[in-house]
Ligand binder design. Structure first.
Ligand code: A2P
Length: 283
């Protein structure tokens, strides 16, 4: 496994296992155990995934020392604001039950983000959280919130794949050395990505599948990538991308695939309201 150094000095495994939509009470426990057995050391959950308990149980059940596993979780919108965020952080800590959280993110950047961030900074200072970051920030949302932060975000977790390379937000993030984390890094099964001729050509050249070529591109681009799979073979092979290197020309070819368009636009009218109504996190 390779690591990326964050702007606060902590290091994060460059490939993580995402557990969005995997149910609690069994399936997430099994999936995380399997991922850890396959060699993953970075698990990405959220309060709004409703499976923090299973993630914690799997880490404890794995027999792998806690400090060798990197755990990310995220604060949901209902917990924005300083006092509410303190409760949200305490709830995630209790559900995971792993002593501390490696990385905690503002899951959706709306409402009282400044208050939530202050509570996250305090939890970081208290050692409950090691690194803090944001998610789903477009350039407009970044400019609205981040200049007022005392601690600059370690990461911004956004949709990213070769067809949607987020060039604008990456320019802003470079100014604070904020690393990009990719959700939907394989285009969420988009066939036009997986069968793209450039990717098929590289796939043949290196004897790797399309997913592995895409993940290799992302790793070489300095992106922390969170592929999702429920297939044991792909869970394993998606980690097997450290034994080949794309050339500079091939990286440029991959960069040329960007269309500038993805599936999620955080600035679109109605998105905030839709997300606010999407989940209720209970104690
Ligand atoms: P499966 O669960 O059957 O492996 P994303 O991470 O962008 O959301 O993409 C997840 C989708 O991509 C899932 O449908 C997953 O299906 C599929 N997938 C995961 N790994 C690969 C791979 N190496 N090649 C092709 N498809 C993959």
């Amino acid at each position: 496994m390779e690591y990326v150094r964050l702007n606060d000095g902590n290091k994060i495994p460059t490939i993580g296992f995402g557990v969005f939509t995997i149910p609690n009470d069994g399936p997430t426990y099994e999936a995380v155990l399997q991922a850890l057995k396959a060699g993953y050391r970075h698990i990405d959950t959220a309060a709004a995934y409703f499976n923090e308990e299973d993630v914690g149980k799997a880490v404890k059940g794995s027999g792998i020392p806690r400090e060798e596993i990197f755990i990310t979780s995220k604060l949901w919108l209902q917990d924005h604001g300083y006092e509410a965020a303190k409760k949200g952080i305490a709830r995630s800590l209790r559900k995971l039950d792993l002593g501390y959280i490696d990385l905690y993110l503002v899951h959706q950047p709306y409402g009282d983000v400044a208050g939530a961030w202050k509570a996250m900074e305090e939890a970081k200072a208290a050692g409950q959280i090691r690194s803090i970051g944001v998610s789903n920030m477009s350039p407009a949302l970044w400019n609205k919130f981040v200049p007022g932060f005392e601690t600059k975000p370690a990461v911004n977790q956004v949709e990213f794949n070769p067809l949607f390379q987020q060039k604008e937000i990456r320019k802003l993030m470079a100014e604070t050395d904020t690393k990009l984390e990719a959700w939907y890094p394989l285009g969420h099964g988009d066939k036009s990505l997986l069968t793209n001729p450039v990717i098929e050509k590289l796939s043949k050249k290196y004897g790797k599948n399309a997913g592995q070529v895409i993940l290799r591109f992302e790793v070489q681009e300095g992106v922390i990538t969170l592929p999702k799979s429920t297939n044991p073979e792909r869970i394993r092979t998606n980690l097997d991308v450290f034994d080949f290197t794309l050339t500079d020309e091939e990286m440029d070819e991959m960069r040329g695939l960007d269309t500038g368009k993805g599936s999620h636009n955080p600035d679109a009218p109605g998105v905030e309201e839709m997300l606010r109504g999407a989940f209720v996190i209970e104690d």
